[in-house]
Every structure is written in C-alpha cells, then in structure tokens.
Design a protein. Structure first.
Length: 66
C-alpha cells in the first residue's frame, strides 16, 4: 500500500518489488495505491505530528478485510 503523494519514496521501485514478490509467490501479493491522501511521509506513524491516521487506518483495515 503506497501513498501516491509521498514525496520521500519511489512508488515505481515499490511496484517493481511487488512484481518480484509475485514471481516468487503468486498469491497474496498486491500493489495498492491510495491516491486521495495528502502529501506526507510516514503518514501512518502515530508519533508523526503530521500523520493522518484518521484517513489511513480505516483504508488499511478495509484492505486487510478483502
């Protein structure tokens, strides 16, 4: 799960890692982009004063329930 507005990471690299994992283990590996989150890094870290756990945690719970 990536935030497309995270300025500190390369989502292209993350997607490449996911593709490699899929070659090793085809099931259970998914790449999910969250596009409606603000620009921020460590957006789920409760110790980050700019975290948006109110937005991210419900989305993660929804994804995990799939």
């Amino acid at each position: 799960v990536v935030n497309t507005h995270d300025p500190a990471v390369s989502n292209t690299v993350t997607q490449a890692v996911v593709e490699r994992w899929r070659h090793k283990r085809a099931s259970g590996i998914e790449y999910i982009e969250l596009t409606d989150l603000p620009e921020n890094h460590d957006i789920i870290d409760p110790d980050n004063p700019l975290a948006r756990t109110d937005l991210v945690y419900p989305k993660l719970i929804e994804i995990l329930a799939l």
